[in-house]
Ligand binder design. Structure first.
Ligand code: LLP
Length: 415
C-alpha cells in the first residue's frame, strides 16, 4: 500500500480523509485519487531527469480527468494524446498544446487539423500513409507539421499480449527496416519537419532490459540518420513502466530514468517520455459498497455496487487488483468472489479474497487510478462513477456521478 492510502484506527484513509466519509458524502461507486501521490510521482521524474533537457508527456489515456491533467500541467508536464478528444481535454485543463505529442495509428484528417491549429509539439507518425496524409493536411493549412516516426524496434516487452506493442506482429509503429527510407521521404516533404524519433514497446513492463534493448535499436537509427545529415531534436522513449499490483517488483522511477539516461550515453537530444500508469495507477482506488453477501454451494459471493463497466481490467486482462476493507475488525473474515451486478460471468473484480465484510460494508479496489475510469463504460445503463480528489484533509468532487438521463439524452425514438 502506498503511504497515501493507509489505516488509522482500523479505518482506511486517503491522505487525511477517511474513505467512509467520502462514501457517505459522494456515494459509491467512486474513484478516489490522492493529490500527494500524483504530485509525488511526477516529481520523481523531474528530479531524476534534472539537468537533462527533457519533457514528461503524461499519457492522457491512463486517466483523463481534468483535475489530474491540470495538476500535471501545473507541475510542468506535457501530454501524450491519441485523439482529438484528448487534445481538447488537455486544453480545457489548462495544458500547453506546445507540449503535446500526438500518438496513435489512426489519426483522422480532422484530428490532424485540430492538432495543427493548436500548434502541438510533434506528431508521432505510425505509417507511410499517415505521413503522406499529414503532409497534405499541413499543406492545405499553409503549415509545417513537426513529426517523429514511431519506430517498432521489435523487442519483446514480456508483458500481457494485449498491451505489448513493440513486436513485429503488432499494428504499432513503422517497421524497423523501413524506418530509414521513410525518414528520407519525410525529409523531402515540404510541409513536414522531421524533429524526432519515437518508440513505445508496451505497458506494465516490470523489467528494465526491454526498455534498454529498444533504446539501443533506436540509437542505431539515429546514428544512421545523422550520417545522412538528418539531425533530430528529440528522442521520445514512450511510456510503459509498470507498477506493483500484487507482488511485481518493477524498477522505481529513479532507477528507470537513470538506466535510460545511461543508455542514451550523453546524446544531445531532448528526452521525451510518455508515462501513464506509473503516474496515476497507485494514486487511485475504486471505492464500492457491498450490496449482498450470497452464499453459494461452492463459493461465496460479495456482490458490490461497482462492476466491470467501472473497472474493466479484471474482465479484460484477468488483471489482479488488491482489495481492502474500508473498516477492519467489524465482521468475521470470509472468502469471497467479489463481483458486480452485471449480467456476465466476466463481471468480477477479484477472486477468492479474504475480507472481514458483511452487507453494507465498503471495500476499496486498489491500484485503480490508471485505465480504470478512462476505460469505463455505460454497459447495463450504469451511469459512470463519481471521482474525488483528496488533498490533505480536504476532498474535492472532480467529476459528478453521471445521471441516467445524461446517458440517453442523445437518443431519439422513431415515429
Ligand atoms: N505512449 C503510447 C503510445 C501508448 O500507447 C501508451 C499506452 C502509453 C504511452 C502509456 O503507457 P503506460 O506508461 O501507461 O504503460 N489498458 C491497459 C493499458 C493499455 C496501454 C496502452 N498504451 C491496461 O489497463 O493495462
Amino acid at each position: 500500500m502506498s503511504v497515501h492510502f493507509h489505516y488509522q484506527d482500523n479505518r482506511l484513509y486517503a491522505e487525511g480523509v477517511s474513505l467512509e466519509d467520502i462514501a457517505s458524502r459522494f456515494g459509491t461507486p467512486c474513484y478516489v485519487y490522492s493529490r500527494a501521490a500524483l504530485t509525488g510521482g511526477f516529481r520523481q521524474f523531474s528530479d531524476a531527469l534534472k539537468g537533462r533537457d527533457h519533457l514528461v508527456c503524461y499519457a492522457v489515456k491512463a486517466n483523463s480527468n481534468l483535475a489530474i491533467l491540470n495538476l500535471f500541467a501545473r507541475l510542468g508536464a506535457g501530454f501524450d494524446i491519441v485523439s482529438g478528444g484528448e487534445l481538447k481535454r488537455v486544453m480545457a485543463a489548462g495544458g500547453d498544446p506546445k507540449k503535446v505529442v500526438f500518438s496513435g495509428v489512426g489519426k483522422t484528417e480532422s484530428e490532424m487539423r485540430m492538432a495543427l491549429e493548436a500548434d502541438i509539439l510533434c506528431f508521432n507518425v505510425e505509417s507511410s500513409s499517415e505521413l503522406y496524409r499529414l503532409n497534405e493536411v499541413a499543406k492545405s493549412m499553409g503549415k509545417r507539421a513537426a513529426i517523429s516516426l514511431r519506430v517498432n524496434p521489435d523487442v519483446d516487452a514480456k508483458t500481457h499480449p494485449y498491451i505489448s506493442t513493440g513486436l513485429k506482429q503488432n499494428k504499432f509503429g513503422v517497421a524497423y527496416a523501413e524506418a530509414m527510407e521513410l525518414y528520407r521521404k519525410a525529409g523531402a516533404m515540404p510541409n513536414l519537419r522531421v524533429t524526432g524519433m519515437d518508440c513505445h514497446i508496451g505497458s506494465q513492463l516490470t523489467d528494465i532490459s526491454p526498455f534498454i534493448a529498444a533504446v539501443e535499436k533506436v540509437l542505431l537509427l539515429v546514428d544512421e540518420l545523422e550520417k545522412e545529415g538528418i539531425a533530430l531534436e528529440h528522442l521520445d522513449l514512450g511510456g510503459g513502466l509498470g507498477i506493483r499490483y500484487k507482488d511485481e517488483t518493477p524498477p522505481g522511477i529513479p532507477e528507470y530514468a537513470a538506466a535510460l539516461l545511461s543508455a542514451l550515453k550523453g546524446r544531445p537530444q531532448k528526452l521525451i517520455l510518455e508515462p501513464g500508469r506509473v503516474l496515476v495507477g497507485n494514486a487511485g482506488l475504486l471505492l464500492t459498497t457491498v450490496e449482498y453477501i450470497k452464499r453459494g454451494e461452492e463459493r461465496n459471493f460479495a456482490i458490490v455496487d461497482a462492476a466491470m463497466n467501472d473497472l474493466m481490467r479484471p474482465a479484460l486482462y484477468d488483471a489482479y487488483h488488491d482489495i481492502l476493507p474500508v473498516t477492519r475488525g467489524g465482521h468475521e473474515t470470509g472468502t469471497y468472489e467479489i463481483v458486480g451486478p452485471i449480467c456476465e460471468t466476466g463481471d468480477f473484480l477479484g477472486h477468492e479474497r479474504a475480507l472481514p465484510i458483511a452487507a453494507q460494508s465498503r471495500i476499496a479496489i486498489m491500484s485503480a487510478g490508471a485505465y480504470g475510469m478512462s476505460m469505463s463504460s455505460n454497459y447495463n445503463t450504469r451511469p459512470r462513477a463519481a471521482e474525488v480528489m483528496v488533498d490533505g484533509e480536504s476532498m474535492h468532487l472532480v467529476r459528478e456521478r453521471e445521471t441516467v438521463e445524461q446517458l440517453y439524452a442523445g437518443e431519439r425514438i422513431v415515429a
